[in-house]
Write a protein that binds this ligand. Sequence first.
Ligand SMILES: [Zn+2]
Ligand SMILES: [Zn+2]
Length: 79
Amino acid sequence: MNCPYCGKPASQTQCLHCGQDTKAPRRVCRSCKKMTPQNVDHCIQCDRPIKSDLPWKIVIIIAMFFLAFALSFLVAIFR
Ligand SMILES: [Zn+2]
Ligand SMILES: [Zn+2]
């Protein structure tokens, strides 16, 4: 198999070329669209910080909560 990070042949779980664990969970970097380990803060390819999806989900949940609150408020007014 080839190393998912640098593309060079890697027979072991740790790539001899880039030193990364080829079996570790990984994700696609949003900046460079290359593979980077999931447990790092900065992309190993382009060194940009990897942002989690969680803050956006929290924003959406809060927005939905306020939308539901506003709707129930309007229903209470126009009833
Ligand atoms: Zn590699
Ligand atoms: Zn990157």
